[in-house]
Design a binder for this molecule. Structure first.
Ligand code: FES
Length: 145
């Protein structure tokens, strides 16, 4: 999406995959008029992100904020338990994008100050990269011992 009003890249600590979410938001109504994603994840994540972008189009930012990974799973007729985190990744990226939208605007009262569980499970790109790099360094060290 060219010049989105909000965007976020988030990574899953569970698998190391990443997703980018882009939002076009009508300022006056705070409605999401368009949503796109790029997934560097598995098929379940692509499906979750795709259905999520369809679900949030036409919704207010607040309504979109309240969508959970379970709603996505239901919409997809159920994700298998080992793929729950793929839906969490999609929702976490959306929440991070919404938070980014309000970074330079006055924050609505419904936006929690604390990070939600989904946001905590989906880390910003840099943090995830750092954690993965550390993991790889530790593994190499173990192999060399
Ligand atoms: Fe990583 Fe699905 S296994 S997003």
């Amino acid at each position: 999406m060219e010049n989105p009003d909000a965007e976020a890249i988030a990574g899953s600590l569970a698998c190391g995959d990443m997703i980018a979410i882009y939002l076009r938001i009508e300022e006056s109504s705070e409605k999401i008029v368009d949503a796109k994603f790029e997934s560097y994840g598995c098929a379940a994540n692509i499906a979750a992100a795709s259905i999520l972008t369809e679900m949030i189009k036409g919704k207010s930012v607040r309504e979109a904020w309240n969508i959970s990974w379970r709603d996505i799973s239901n919409e997809l007729d159920g994700l298998p338990p080992v793929k729950y985190h793929c839906g969490v990744l999609a929702v976490g990226a959306l929440k991070r994008a919404i938070r980014a939208y309000y970074e330079k605007r006055s924050k609505p009262e419904w936006l929690p100050k604390e990070l939600t569980q989904e946001e905590k499970h989906t880390l910003e790109e840099e943090t995830l990269m750092e954690i993965l790099a550390n993991k790889m360094r530790n593994q190499k060290q173990l192999q060399n011992e």
